[in-house]
Design a binder for this molecule. Structure first.
Ligand SMILES: Nc1nc2c(ncn2[C@@H]2O[C@H](COP(=O)(O)OP(=O)(O)O)[C@@H](O)[C@H]2O)c(=O)[nH]1
Ligand SMILES: [Mg+2]
Ligand SMILES: [Zn+2]
Length: 306
């Protein structure tokens, strides 16, 4: 029987099949050859399962189907390993806010670079539009201009407003969408509006329920309809990057990718090499300084990691 993993809690996986959700597990030690990941299977994976205990309705996972793509984060426990957050994604939505709290540009750029490295189209959802003053609105206009030119659609909305939410269905339709963003930006609020059965705790409730209790949270897939799903990633702060060398990083900035073949040296890192086309594009205003600043900051972090 074929199915898709919609939730994983370590050794058990909830697999959605034609016959509903079946609790499944891996038999024995299952390792992906040469894998550097701490988890062999993740939310979004298509698998073949074999019903095991018909009374309990459990099954054994026999086979993992080939993945279209995946996203990872660095394992908190093992420096050289990573954890697969989700797989087989059609797009990623990063929910950000310009006020209460303000999402940093550095964080946005890091997320976009990760999406580029995994070849996943990304959309920026600016939430809490109701809280924006004139300065914040100007900031939105500037950011929206910058990021949509780079190929990342920008949407301004309030998760409290049904009129803002209904256009989102068309964006999500028939796709698997990863939803990410800092805690407090409104992800659970939106998810509950889109899918009332999701029944996600929002800030006020979870603050109360989790008082003094450290809860680990896992990625989970929710369905808007049979073919439309959203993967919520509570507690996941940052995506990791694929293994790359420093020369590759500029490939994950679309505006740098476009000009970097004009650099004098083909291994140019665009820091202070002579004849650098990227630096020339920054000077002429073609490439934004804030994006270049993010580039340098990611480069430095990756250097330190190595
Ligand atoms: N003013 C305003 N508050 C919002 C909006 N969306 C969510 N919130 C509030 O922001 C807080 C955090 O929302 P929550 O959905 O828990 O954020 P999450 O951590 O990303 O899941 C809650 O108090 C929500 O009611 C919005 O569009 N406008
Ligand atoms: Mg939440
Ligand atoms: Zn260069």
């Amino acid at each position: 029987m074929e199915g898709r993993i919609v939730k994983s809690t370590g050794s058990w996986y909830k697999v959605l099949t034609d016959q509903g959700i079946i609790n499944s597990r891996l038999r024995g030690k299952y390792r992906l050859k040469g894998s550097k990941s701490t988890n062999p299977l993740a939310v979004g994976d298509y698998v073949i399962i074999d019903p095991e205990d018909t009374e309990e309705g459990s099954a054994v996972i026999k086979e993992l189907k080939e993945r279209k793509n995946y996203i990872i984060r660095q394992s908190p426990k093992h420096k050289y390993k990573h954890h697969i957050i989700a797989t087989n994604l059609d797009q990623a939505i990063l929910m950000v806010t310009l006020s209460s709290p303000r999402t940093s540009v550095g964080f946005i750029d890091r997320f976009l670079v990760a999406c580029e490295s995994f070849r996943i189209p990304a959309i920026l959802l600016f939430n809490k539009s109701d809280l924006l003053d004139e300065d914040n609105l100007e900031l939105f206009e500037a950011m929206s201009h910058l990021y949509s030119e780079l190929g990342y659609p920008c949407i301004l909305m309030s998760a409290h407003d049904d009129e803002d939410i209904s256009p989102l269905y068309a964006i999500l339709e028939d796709k698997t969408t990863l939803m990410a963003g800092h805690s407090g930006v409104g992800k659970s609020t939106l998810l509950n509006r889109l899918i009332p059965e999701a029944d996600q705790k929002t800030a006020e409730i979870s603050d109360f329920a989790d008082k003094g209790v450290h809860t680990t949270t896992f990625a989970e897939m929710f369905f808007v309809d049979g073919k439309t799903s959203i993967i919520d990633t509570p507690g996941i702060k940052e995506l990791g990057l694929v293994d790359m060398d420093e020369v590759e990083l500029s490939d994950y900035f679309p505006e740098m990718r476009e000009v970097r073949q004009d650099c004098k040296f083909n291994n140019c890192t665009h820091i202070n090499e002579p004849g650098c086309a990227v630096k020339a594009a920054i000077e002429s205003g073609e490439i934004s300084e804030s994006r270049y600043f993010s580039y340098l900051s990611i480069l430095e972090d990756e250097d330190n990691r190595r």
